[in-house]
Design a protein around this ligand. Structure first.
Ligand SMILES: Cc1cc2nc3c(=O)[nH]c(=O)nc-3n(C[C@H](O)[C@H](O)[C@H](O)COP(=O)(O)OP(=O)(O)OC[C@H]3O[C@@H](n4cnc5c(N)ncnc54)[C@H](O)[C@@H]3O)c2cc1C
Length: 411
């Protein structure tokens, strides 16, 4: 992976967390000419605890950014149908071509995240793995001016930036150090256990909903299908094949038969559940994107799509500050306002579905609400104008040209 090192180690934006939200934000900012540092405490190209079904809004974003071709070239199969089973009904839905998207995709995180990181690096972002951020630096008025942490080798690490972005996931250190308050907290936490089956007969996404037992199939790379079971934590326990098989049998006898004929995984991964949150996502010199600012239960499979959506909403705000002199507070407040307007209905209905606070009679109308929220999101994304072309780098954040170089020990 290319790593670009700028001669001047002060940055317009430093982003913590190099996965869906952070790497996408870095890519969009760097390709607009900003000096961007992207850091992550983990390793490049690794997996993470997450299934990976993208909804239309997420695929639309990758397509608009010119990255969908890479996802397809990596062997990610197109998903042209979704089948919903609930309350005794089987409802197949064909994915109709719209807004330049004629199929959905579910790339493994080992495919999606590195493609975003590579795109950021190829656009001149400085990318560094093995940096664990522990704190934020502030000026006398309390505005965030940079961050501090340690390299994997234990060396102190510091970087200065006009804006620090926390894309560091559910337990965001940036959010905590910025004292970002929770503005909405979910009322339920559902557990998920999942694994990868080979040779499973399937024809696209499958979502099965019964009270206290949901399951599904997400076709992905290497001819494998991710099969998951989602239920109140007491039903999943430590996860594994036994609870998954039981929950699949309760939610879809048809999937249970096909699963029995396929090759099961050696091991499954389990998420023990966590209530959703929406945090205040900006302040002087800082912003949050992705799960750091807005997390909801995985059952509606929408976190990645929202991370890709919000990466662009935030990047547009920061570009407006840097290139057009828009007031930082106005730009960041407007970012959060748009994010919340597009998210609140989805957040609330996800909470109800994931909380299994519904009957067989009620689930169809909840899924309809979910679909309506997603349709609004897609329309909003499709209506965005193209991102502006890269301006002259020296016209951006002019005042930054005078700052002292940051202390960044390039190992
Ligand atoms: C079980 C499960 C299933 C899911 N299934 C789906 C699905 O099918 N579809 C979907 O759209 N969404 C799904 N999601 C949600 C999705 O995983 C998240 O919304 C998505 O990962 C958010 O991306 P992110 O970039 O914000 O954060 P993350 O992917 O969590 O990345 C955060 C990064 O920050 C780094 N980091 C953290 N702290 C620090 C620090 N202090 N210093 C430096 N680096 C740091 C981490 O190493 C990590 O790489 C699922 C989630 C779970 C838990």
């Amino acid at each position: 992976m290319p790593i670009h090192r700028h001669a001047d180690p002060s940055y317009d934006v430093v982003i913590v967390g190099a996965r869906a939200a952070g790497a996408a934000t870095a890519y969009l900012l760097a390709r607009s000419g900003l000096r961007v540092l992207l850091v992550d405490r983990g390793r490049y190209g690794t997996d993470t605890l997450s299934t990976h079904a993208l909804m239309r809004g997420g695929v639309l974003q990758l397509s608009r950014w010119g990255l969908l071709e890479k996802i397809i070239a990596a062997g990610t199969p197109p998903v042209r149908r979704a089948t919903f089973r609930y309350a005794g009904a089987v409802v197949p839905v064909t994915i109709k071509p719209a807004h330049g998207v004629d199929a959905l995709y579910a790339p493994r995180r080992t495919v999606l995240d590195p493609i975003l990181v590579d795109a950021a690096a190829a656009s001149d972002a400085d990318v560094r793995f093995g940096i664990a951020v522990a704190d934020l630096d502030r000026d006398r008025r309390g505005a965030v001016t940079g961050l501090a942490g340690r390299t994997r080798d234990g060396e102190a690490f510091q970087a200065r930036a006009r804006i620090v972005v926390g894309a560091d996931g559910i337990r965001s250190t940036v959010a905590e150090r910025a004292c970002a308050p929770f503005e909405r907290v979910g009322t339920s936490a559902t557990a998920v256990t999942y694994g990868y089956w080979s040779g499973l007969q399937t024809d696209g996404y499958e979502w099965n909903f019964r009270p206290n037992a949901a399951s599904g199939v997400i076709p992905t790379t290497n001819g494998q299908a991710c099969v998951f079971a989602s239920a109140p934590p007491r039903r999943i326990g430590r996860g594994g094949l036994a609870p998954l098989t039981q929950i699949v049998a309760e939610s879809s006898a048809d999937l249970a038969v096909r699963l029995a004929a396929a090759v099961p995984p050696r091991a499954l991964r389990t998420f023990t559940g966590r209530p959703g949150h929406m945090r205040r996502s900006w302040g002087p010199g800082w912003a949050l994107v992705g799960d750091a600012g807005y997390f909801k239960d995985p059952l509606t499979a929408h976190g990645l799509t929202d991370a890709l959506r919000d990466a662009e909403l935030l990047a547009r705000g920061i570009i407006a500050v840097a290139a057009d002199g828009v007031d930082e507070r106005d730009a960041l407040a407007s970012y959060q306002m748009t994010r919340d307007a597009l998210s609140t209905a989805l957040f609330d209905v996800t909470g109800v579905i994931a909380g299994h606070r519904w009957t067989d009679e009620e689930i169809p109308s909840l899924l309809l609400q979910l679909n309506t929220a997603m349709t609004g999101e897609v329309q909003a994304l499709a209506g965005l104008p193209p991102l502006p072309p890269p301006p002259d780098r020296h016209q951006l954040f002019k005042e930054n040209l005078d700052v002292q170089p940051a202390r960044i020990p390039f190992a």
